[in-house]
Write a protein that binds this ligand. Sequence first.
Ligand code: GLN
Length: 536
Amino acid sequence: MNIKYIFLTGGVVSSVGKGVTAAAIGRLLKERGFKVSIQKLDPYINVDPGTMSPYQHGEVYVLDDGAETDLDLGHYERFVDIRLSRVCNVTTGQVYAEVISKERRGDYLGGTIQVIPHITNEIKNRIHMVARTTGAEIVLVEVGGTVGDMEGQPFLEALRQMRSDVGVENTLYIHVTWMPHIGATGELKTKPTQHSVRELRSIGISPDMILARSDYPVDQELCDKIALFCDVEPRAVIPMVTADQLYEIPLLLEKAHMVDFLLERLQLESRQKPDWRVWESMVKKLRHKKPGVKIALVGKYVELHDAYMSVREAVRHAALDVGLEEEILWIHSADLERGRGMELLQSADGIIVPGGFGERGIEGKILAARFARKNAIPYLGLCLGMQVMVIEFARALLQDDDVNSTEFDPSTRHPIIDLMPDQRQLSDMGGTMRLGLYPCQLQPGSTAAKAYQAEQVDERHRHRFEFKNAYRAQLQEAGMCFSGLSPDERLVEIAELTDHPFMLGTQFHPEFLSRPTRPHPLFRAFLSAINELRAG
Ligand code: GLN
């Protein structure tokens, strides 16, 4: 079969859920027996989001191969239940870096390098690479930002060219727009959608389908109006009201019969009847009233919940599985340092200290770990959260507050967390951490091994610092178990406390591998421990 391409562009405003929509469509197609992959094209000039502040960009999502990517890739992986690769996130920075390095090598034989065709060709190469490296039959391509953004133009031009390159029957354009609601008259407005489609047309792309997002129900009349003004078939206008449960979106799109139209246009026959039973029962469970559980998330980017997207989702998956309804208590670690937020921490059933970088708020995180240890509150440390847990434990053991990571105090007396040797000489910050999937061997009988029911696991990493082995024996004797090690036993991957209901930290990021219908074993164990404590 020819490879089929579905392109998603955004209109009117950003942040209307294009990523989740792409992810949901991917799931619908997978349910019909197709091998699907999803790619995000990000028009910003950074090479990847790895060097961007979470305040700017939200979470940095890490893939198996160590690519640091946009958080939309997390939606793609969770909804479609696939593992993506580096080729699935392209930025303007990557495209230009490649073209410029080819130019310096002399690959262009004296030609003048221009946006069209050189940049657009490089973009198209990268789109073609998805099917080549992942074996996908259908590739969904989401363009970040909205139509009309200056940075996005080369990407849209590349998408336009794709239709004549690979054929009308192999390409489909979906435009995702937003319908504002006018409170005074109680109306939804289609005009911005019309304008944005006109803008798209002016660059030569005529959308085949319009997904009209809104916060209010959309009636047929409005859909017909969009169809008429935007020149698409009425059945190709899909209204999409904001859902209170993200995971309901594939089911809603299924009900709207959008796939029939997609398959028809792409000249495909469904290979199997979709089987939504497991997904549906997950969504049904989400809707049920369940006993509440309060999870304190102690971080430094808590104002922006997107900075912890995968952690939040992983908690949700696990809570659902254990039969609980999670409430996240967002606690700013710097607040704890100033004596604020303590009541909130005290009201938590469990504490998570997620990943992070830099010194700000670190003492607040250590305080949270101390609180969890002393009060036997279940604690899950993710990457930095493990480092913090180890620092706290060592400070108590050595009766010395001058125990730290050299990331936060280069001249600390006890550098219990220190730069990995291969990190010392690096001058480039981008893409140089220990990134991606690495194996971890589990100690039989440990909390970790029991949770995973396995001897060895592979997990995704993103860190520069590691536990210093000189302290291993001392901490072990005092009750810390290093239950996960790299196969050469050089790197500590998991630390846990033996004398505690659940206090465990991982040097990796388990949150990236959690799925709505398959929660991550460690998150599940954390929530089970909370549940058992509450049951008394
Ligand atoms: N800053 C720490 C390190 O680089 C932790 C990183 C993280 O939490 N992702 O090792």
